[in-house]
Design a protein around this ligand. Structure first.
Ligand code: GAL
Length: 409
């Protein structure tokens, strides 16, 4: 996306009120890996440079650990100034309970409805016509990351899709390398399965199940083929004993593992390790089979603090997070795509460029967090942990998965 004259004018006109004096805001998030920390530092730097003060509230252990802590603080009367949630329904009950700040005036002053793309990101922030979050990135989970060196050392071409990855896995295993790196956190198993649904099941099946809520399709033979593929994949991950997602990414970076199904936030780790896309590692969106990406990613929500000075600072931060300058600085470090189409990621690497092309082409679908409740997502995460770490029968797993989905209808 080229920076046009209109865009330059727009950037200059973006309403970014300056603080009269520094107001401190505690910001909670779960970005604690090397790449994530480098990215969140860009947000803190921008907020501090604007005249306010970012008090970092990083929570280790991933979203599954951080979100319950964030929610209990807000409902328990100990709210932070701003907090990360994923795009979708994770903060819906907090908004419905009247605990979150209405940002509609900020959105209108900064033309969020015109500039935020895709519009579904702002829809996920909107309840009863009011806007309660500032989207900051688009992360898509459906990527396969490959160590080029593992294949070069074996004298075989780097796979161009999931099927070639599976076909060459025996050679990788025989060479003492882990075919598929996978961490033990529940959301990682659910993410891997979701990528297989799009990659192997395809877009039509994904839409039938997740948009049309067609439970016959969910229980049908096409989904059965995805569960079988997932059962095959879990054998490839059997020797992966790490816990955190970035430890699994590190197995690929250090060429101990051939591949990892992970969201494009893995880019941040490759970047911090000094690895070059295309040269040291290969990225396959949609597992190289169906180049669709889902609009996962992150937004910031602002608990009500009953303090006019803090509220003014919250609104300044919300405007800053969506501004073109911060969008470029943050997303380049995060490995994610920007939430607005009027910025120029000239420094984007080959993998980010692949994602931008897919985004521009409209080959996008909502994320699981945007189409299912947090409760259904949690049920499926629990199922997937059990499935991926056992020899659970794929037929039984599919039946349970359908029941989980039905509970959210
Ligand atoms: C996701 C989040 C990403 C990424 C990942 C791993 O939920 O959208 O920003 O950091 O968690 O922590």
């Amino acid at each position: 996306m080229k920076l046009t004259k209109m865009t330059v004018a727009l950037c200059a006109s973006v309403a970014l009120p300056m603080a009269a004096h520094a107001t401190e805001l505690e910001v909670t998030h779960w970005w604690t890996s090397g790449g994530e920390a480098a990215a969140v530092a860009e947000l803190a730097k921008a907020f501090d440079a604007s005249g306010d003060k970012w008090i970092d509230g990083a929570i280790a252990g991933g979203g599954g650990t951080a979100r319950p802590i964030m929610i209990s603080r807000i409902t328990g009367g100990d709210p932070m100034g701003a907090t990360q949630f994923n795009h979708g329904q994770q903060a819906q009950e907090l908004v419905e309970a009247g605990l979150m700040l209405d940002l509609t005036d900020v959105a209108e002053a900064n033309n969020w409805k015109e500039v935020i793309y895709p519009p579904s990101l702002l829809d996920s922030c909107t309840l009863d016509g009011k806007i309660y979050c500032a989207p900051v990135n688009i992360h898509s989970p459906e990527w396969l990351w490959l160590s080029n060196k593992v294949y070069e050392d074996l004298g075989i071409p780097v796979p161009t899709n999931w099927n070639e990855f599976v076909a060459t896995a025996p050679q990788v295993d025989a060479a003492g390398k882990i075919p598929l790196a996978l961490g033990n956190q529940p959301w990682q198993s659910n993410l891997a399965f979701g990528a297989l649904v799009i990659g192997i099941g395809g877009l039509d099946l994904w839409k039938k199940v997740n948009i049309d809520k067609d439970m016959e399709a969910a229980a049908g033979p096409e989904m059965a083929a995805v569960f079988t593929a997932a059962a095959d994949a879990r054998k490839l991950a059997a020797k992966s004993t790490v816990q955190d997602w970035n430890q699994a990414t590190n197995l690929v970076i250090t060429d101990e593992a051939a591949g990892q199904i992970m969201g494009d936030w893995a880019q941040g780790e490759f970047q911090v390790a000094g690895e070059v896309a295309g040269k040291d590692y290969t990225c396959l969106p949609g597992l190289g089979l169906n180049e669709y990406i889902s609009t996962g990613g992150d937004a910031f929500y602002f608990p009500k603090l009953d303090d006019p000075e803090k509220e003014a600072a919250q609104k300044r931060l919300a405007a800053l997070l969506v501004s073109p300058e911060v969008q470029v600085a943050f997303n380049l470090k995060k490995g994610s795509l920007p939430i607005r189409g009027d910025v120029d990621l000239a420094a984007a690497n080959d993998c980010m460029k692949k994602g931008l092309e897919i985004l521009k082409g409209g080959n996008i679908v909502p994320s699981g967090d945007q189409v299912w409740s947090a409760d259904v997502q949690k049920q499926n995460e629990d199922l997937m942990v059990e499935f991926w770490k056992s020899d659970m029968d794929p037929v039984a797993a599919q039946a349970q998965w359908v029941e989980n989905l039905k509970s959210g209808l």
